[in-house]
Structure formats: C-alpha cells, structure tokens
Design a protein around this ligand. Structure first.
Ligand code: E4P
Length: 153
C-alpha cells in the first residue's frame, strides 16, 4: 500500500509521528510526505489537503493520512477532489466504517483533538480495513460517484 501524508503547521508534529510509524510498517510499501516539514511553514490547510487528495486521484497513492488542527479543514479540502472521499476519524469505529461503508481513501485527524497514541492505534488498525465492492454499501458509494459525474467532476 502506498500512502500520502500531509498537514498544516497545526498538524505537522502528529503528521510526522504518523509518517514515521507508517514508514516502519511492513504493510506499507511507500510513504510520500507532501509537508509541511515543520511548524515554520505556514502553507494553509487547503493547499495540503488538496495536494494529497490529487495524489490519490492520480493513482500515485492508494490512501492518505492528513492532519490539521481539527481534521475538518483538510477533510473538506480533500473531498473537493473528484473521486476522493475523506473522513475525520477520531475513534476506531469511524475509521473502520470510513473504509468499509464509505470506501474512503483518506482519513484525517485533528492534532488539537486527539492524542498521538490513539491516532497511531487507529492508523495501525485502518491499514487492515478493506472496502468490499460486492457489499450493500457499494451502491451507496456509487451514488456519490454518479453525482460527481453528472456534475462534470
Ligand atoms: O480546519 C482547519 C484546521 O484546524 C487548521 O489547522 C486551523 O485553521 P484556523 O487557523 O483557520 O483555525
């Protein structure tokens, strides 16, 4: 699995910890870090969320992990990229359902909301979840894709 990570300066410390965790995980073939590298980089969260989502949309990463202060800004930004589904996940169940119900490629965290150890645990579990295209959830996700196509995305 290839994973892209990104964060604004509010999320960079947690993003770097999650990046290092992912790089040490045998289930992960490649981790691309789009920044920011440190808190002195003041690029706004939409730049990072959009860039990561575009990386997924281009097929250059399978999944993404994004961090900002709340997780909300990067999630909203990533969801603007056609074909990409992102969710804020601060608990195990939401992380599981983001994949199994919603076929989300991206999860996001708020560094001002969740502790690093819980975020790491959730990421570790999330790597094992897979969407079942034969499941009842698939037709619901397909409705979102249909909407995007009907509206020129
Ligand atoms: O969703 C936005 C993020 O939490 C961001 O890190 C902080 O945004 P703000 O500075 O506009 O509150």
């Amino acid at each position: 699995m290839r994973i892209v990570v990104a964060a604004d300066n509010a999320g960079v410390e947690l993003k770097n910890q999650l990046r290092d965790l992912l790089r040490a995980d045998a289930r992960v073939a490649e981790v691309t870090d789009l920044g920011v590298p440190d808190a002195s980089d003041e690029r706004p969260y939409p730049d990072l969320g959009l860039a990561a989502a575009e990386t997924v949309a281009r097929g250059e990463a399978d999944r993404g992990v994004l961090v900002c202060g709340t997780g909300i800004g990067v999630a909203i930004s990533a969801n603007k990229v056609p074909g990409v589904r992102a969710a804020v996940v601060h608990d195990s169940y939401s992380a599981e359902r983001s994949v199994k119900s919603n076929d989300c490629q991206i999860i996001t965290f708020g560094a001002r909301v969740i502790g690093a150890e819980l975020a790491k645990k959730i990421v570790g579990e999330w790597l094992d979840y897979r969407f079942d295209p034969e499941s009842a959830s698939a037709t619901k996700v397909a409705r979102i894709t249909e909407y995007e196509r009907a509206h020129g995305a």
